[in-house]
Design a protein around this ligand. Structure first.
Ligand code: PCA
Length: 207
């Protein structure tokens, strides 16, 4: 089972591309491999608890966490998560955090366990613009990525490919954002995520 998560909308903007990609995969699942799909709340603590719980519950062989990176034009495959919660805006339950760790006494940073460079290649081959990224920020996306990578390391399962991918905003969303904010149509985003899943599954089959 491969665990794939998205996030609900956050802040004052409707929709989240990651939620819509998860819904698209629900409606038309990839032929190879079973997926466990879920949309997570943008709530500190709860989102990380849930993603770890899901990975345990479905005994995930790979974990792909998705979220929105507003203002970015390409698909960003994250290589690292940091042990820092420092929120620009309150989460959806009104929680704030300044210079707080994600996990008390955890290491400063943890590398994604999926092969980020190869996933970027897979997305580009599918004709969608993509890059590696070395910062997922200090908000919920970084938090759940850190929680998952910490869980895998703590349970001796860092061989499970896991990590975070940030998606651009959707065209409809940027209408209420500052002029010139980049976006990417949903079908391109879905194509990118399908290419990533395909690559992840091929890697698993190779053992
Ligand atoms: N993006 C935010 C949190 C939820 C989402 O989709 C982030 O980049 O942290």
């Amino acid at each position: 089972m491969i665990l794939v998560t998205g996030f609900e909308p956050f802040g004052d903007i409707d929709h989240n591309p990651s939620e819509q990609v998860v819904r698209a995969l629900e409606a038309d699942p990839p032929p190879a491999g079973e997926l466990r799909l879920e949309v997570l709340p943008v709530v500190t603590g709860a989102a990380g608890d849930r993603v770890v719980e899901l990975a345990v519950e479905c005994d995930a062989r790979a974990v792909l966490m998705l979220g929105e990176a507003r203002g970015r034009a390409e698909v960003l495959v994250e290589s690292v998560a940091v042990n820092l919660r420092d929120f620009r805006m309150a989460d959806n339950d009104g929680n704030t955090a300044i210079e707080q760790p994600v996990v008390a006494d955890g290491p400063d940073g943890l590398f994604s366990t999926f092969a980020a460079a190869r996933l970027v290649e897979a997305v580009r081959t599918a004709g969608v613009t993509a890059s590696r990224s070395f910062s997922a920020g200090t908000y919920l996306c970084n938090e759940i990525s850190y929680r998952m990578l910490h869980h895998l390391a703590a349970t001796g399962r860092s061989d499970v490919p896991a990590g975070f991918v940030h998606l651009p905003s959707l065209p409809a969303q940027v209408e209420s954002m500052p002029e010139g904010t980049p976006s990417m149509p949903l079908d391109r985003q879905v194509a990118a995520v399908r290419a990533i899943l395909d690559r992840l599954m091929t890697g698993l089959d190779r053992g």
